[in-house]
Design a protein around this ligand. Structure first.
Ligand code: H2B
Length: 123
């Protein structure tokens, strides 16, 4: 039962694997295609390394870095899909993967697109 007002996993990514109701693991070809789409126009390209979708940014200052994390935390909560991230002063590094699936799924790319939109709007 999704909390009222919270975007369910289904609505966050549309197609789900019917049996498991879980976002399916993406194969290498699907990952590459999704990465090309994600990186279109991205000043700092995302990379896939060690089964994680990764990027890092240097913000104007600590406050802007934390504003990014605050806004993305709300998105993550709505999606019930959470980043592995580090913040040192005005730098944020993110590493996205789907623990339940043991690799990359559409949820990781959906969260990455939200982060990319924020960065393109504010940086
Ligand atoms: N975040 C990420 N990155 N991967 C998950 O598999 C995941 C999550 N699962 N947030 C969510 C929480 C939860 O449904 C399970 C029970 O941990």
């Amino acid at each position: 039962m999704t909390k009222p007002g919270v975007i369910s996993r289904k609505s966050a990514i549309g197609s789900l694997h019917p049996e498991t109701d879980m976002s399916p693991l993406l194969d290498s070809n699907a990952v590459q295609q999704a990465l090309i789409r994600l990186n279109q126009g991205a000043f700092l390209p995302w990379q896939v390394d060690n089964n994680c979708l990764q990027n890092q940014w240097t913000f104007a200052d600590f406050q802007q870095a934390f504003a990014f994390m605050t806004d993305m935390a709300k998105v993550a909560e709505q999606m019930n899909h959470h980043p592995h991230w580090t913040n040192v002063y005005r730098q944020v590094q993110v590493m996205l993967s789907t623990h339940d699936a043991g690799g990359l799924t559409e949820l990781d790319f959906a969260l990455a697109h939200a982060m990319q939109s924020w960065v393109e709007k504010h940086l």
